[in-house]
Design a protein around this ligand. Structure first.
Ligand code: IMP
Length: 195
């Protein structure tokens, strides 16, 4: 059994999709109501992914996976980065974060709106640790386009496919995305260590 250490259902869905035919049962935090919000006190994606995985592993005594993701915008010197979920304040909606991002970039021309999503996934079973990373490059649009996905997806344009992340189906997103890449790498590493 393995626990996905997130309360974010959108992220959980994407991680689960990659683990669909994984030989271990995958549990969400719904099964562990005693685990409340895990504070992201790290200064890097790696630190936060590790904090989430270790906290859940200690409480459940089960192997756990922590995911931390950031949107790094070049014109904002890498912000919101590790603070992506709290860009417009604590406990805000995705919409508020997106609006703040568009506002901050209002005078930035399209060729300078380059950005990337990065995900780090960290695994621990209390004895062994594994981690992986995924990254996708894109451009922040001037308005929201597309209805799929979540978070900053409607403003993240991928030149390769000429669509925003929110115009992709869940399968297409997972094929290309930071999280899909990181989870597929970690899946491979896990298959090497499970009996
Ligand atoms: P965290 O990894 O839970 O700290 O997530 C950081 C924030 O980044 C989330 O609250 C979302 O706003 C955003 N985010 C994370 N993953 C994605 C994604 O795949 N697409 C768009 N936004 C995302």
């Amino acid at each position: 059994m393995i626990v996905i250490a997130t309360h974010n259902r959108d992220k959980e869905k994407e991680l689960r999709a990659v683990l669909r035919d994984f030989p271990l049962e995958v549990k969400s935090l719904d099964h562990f109501p005693e685990i409340g919000d895990i504070e992201e006190t790290g200064l890097t994606l790696m630190e936060n992914a590790k904090i989430k995985a270790e906290t859940v592993q200690k409480i459940t005594q089960l192997p756990s996976l922590g995911d931390d993701t950031g949107l790094e915008v070049d014109a904002l010197n890498g912000a919101p980065g590790v603070y992506s979920s709290r860009f417009a304040g604590e406990d805000v909606t995705y919409e508020k974060n997106v609006k703040k991002l568009l506002y901050k970039l209002v005078s930035v021309p399209i060729e300078k709106r380059t950005a990337r999503f990065r995900t780090v996934i960290y695994y621990t079973d209390g004895k062994r640790e594994l981690y992986s990373e995924g990254e996708i490059k894109g451009i922040i649009t001037e308005k929201q386009i597309g209805k799929n996905g979540f978070g900053y997806d409607p403003v993240f344009y991928i030149p390769e496919v000429k669509k925003t992340m929110a115009e992709l189906s869940p399968e297409e997103k997972n094929k290309l995305s930071h999280r899909g890449q990181a989870m597929r790498k970690l899946r491979k590493l896990l298959l090497d260590i499970i009996p």
